[in-house]
Design a protein around this ligand. Structure first.
Ligand code: NOJ
Length: 403
């Protein structure tokens, strides 16, 4: 059975020009990013982090192999991020060598017919700024915008799409409510909301900076979205969470060119807090529900709230079972197709992730990659899901009725 045919021979086609891509992030694959807040956090014995990001997938040196993999899979786009702490290692000091490095990646993508989708902030903040409070520093939005302006001046003519801040809502909730991300603050809604506001401002300034620099490309932010559901009287908590986690940022996208939706699972709220996975629903390596329906749910919600074109800038599953990955992505894509059938403007889908990589506080254990990476040799080995996804992209079509 091929990727575009099920046992009944039915076929789900995607619109011409639909963007098929895969995504990574600098700190999760480059290795040796010692000059940011995450490196410090991973090495803080009180942080609860499973391990150090260490060498990552050595993509700082092996990025050509990564671009080749994307090309070999026949994908039209590669989403990766710039490591701010490499480009601006000390406040106001710019590394031309680091900027050139990312310029080479963009150029290599374009040379292989791949759109470079550049994310300017993917969770990590340079140490010089985190020492002054990170997103709580009064001038953090301006410092971020200045970095974006400088980087775009160097790369803008080669950028395909730009994402300003990756999942600002996750930075807020994990850093100031749950405490699993730096600075590791728990249950401080005041600080959480203040950081949200700083990132909203940073996003707006970054959009302005990107639009006034070289190149013409769509600009947006990427948001982590979930199917937030209330069970047994959890409505108030769910509504409150929806406001702080999603609506604050959706409301900040006015005038953007797209909204990047990144969704993985459903989250259930009871009257006293999260109630965890429902009995009978399988859980992934991340401990949350296997819930591919979330993509359709969140694309619909993002489109309805913002009125913007939607790109699924991340979706995937942490699993050792590659067949389960194919089933999950299949089901997610069938949901995207239903959105398209209803006239929603969905422009593309990016599988998270190209490589098995550093999954933040839980380390290298969860396997999100289409491609496995040997942790000793860094050899990349495409999994069956990579070949399957390549076929979907090449045929621009998927089998019907996924399991
Ligand atoms: C969202 C984040 O952007 C990415 O860094 C992370 O690895 C994936 N989700 C999977 O959890």
């Amino acid at each position: 059975m091929t990727a575009d045919q099920d046992s009944n021979g039915s076929r789900i086609e995607f619109p011409e020009g639909f963007l098929w891509g895969t995504a990574t992030a600098a700190h999760q694959i480059e290795g040796g990013n010692v000059n940011n807040d995450w490196w410090a956090w991973e090495h803080n014995p009180d942080s609860g982090c499973a391990e150090s990001s260490g060498d990552g997938c050595d993509s700082w040196h092996r990025w050509r192999e990564d671009v080749d993999l994307v090309a070999d899979l026949g994908l039209g786009a590669y989403r990766f991020s710039l490591e701010w702490s490499r480009i601006e290692p000390a406040e106001g000091e710019w590394s031309i060598a680091a900027l050139d490095h990312y310029r080479r990646i963009c150029a290599a993508c374009l040379g292989r017919g791949i759109q470079p989708v550049v994310t300017f902030h993917h969770f990590t903040t340079p140490l010089w700024l985190s020492a002054r409070g990170g997103w709580e520093a009064p001038d953090a939005p301006e410092r971020f915008a200045r970095f974006v302006e400088r980087a775009a001046a160097h790369l803008g003519d080669l950028i395909g799409w730009a994402c300003t801040i990756n999942e600002p809502n996750v930075i807020g909730v994990m850093g100031y409510t749950i405490g699993h991300f730096p600075p590791g603050v728990k249950d401080d809604l005041t600080r959480h909301v203040a950081v949200n506001a700083a990132m909203v401002r940073a996003h707006r300034l970054a959009v302005e900076a990107l639009r006034s620099g070289p190149g013409t490309f769509p600009v947006g932010l990427t948001l982590s979205m979930a199917e937030l559901v209330a069970v047994e009287g959890g409505e108030d908590l769910r509504d409150g969470a929806q406001e702080v986690l999603e609506d604050t940022f959706l409301a900040a996208t006015g005038g953007d060119d797209f909204i990047g939706v990144q969704s993985y699972t459903r989250i259930r709220f009871g009257p006293k807090g999260l109630v965890g996975p429902e009995e009978g629903v399988p859980v992934t390596q991340m401990g949350y529900e296997y819930w591919p329906q979330v993509v359709e749910f969140t694309v619909r919600r993002a489109a309805a709230v913002t009125g913007l074109p939607v790109v699924v800038t991340e979706n995937g599953i942490g699993t050792e079972d590659d067949t389960q990955r194919i089933a999950y992505i299949s089901a997610a894509l069938a949901g995207v197709r239903r959105c398209l059938d209803d006239g929603l403007d969905v422009r593309g889908y990016f599988a998270w992730s190209l490589l098995d990589n550093f999954e933040w506080s839980v380390g290298y254990r969860p396997k999100f990659g289409l491609v496995a990476v040997d942790r000793q040799t860094f050899e990349r080995r495409p999994k069956p899901s990579a070949l399957w996804f390549a076929e979907v992209a090449q045929k621009n079509a998927l089998a019907g009725s996924p399991g």
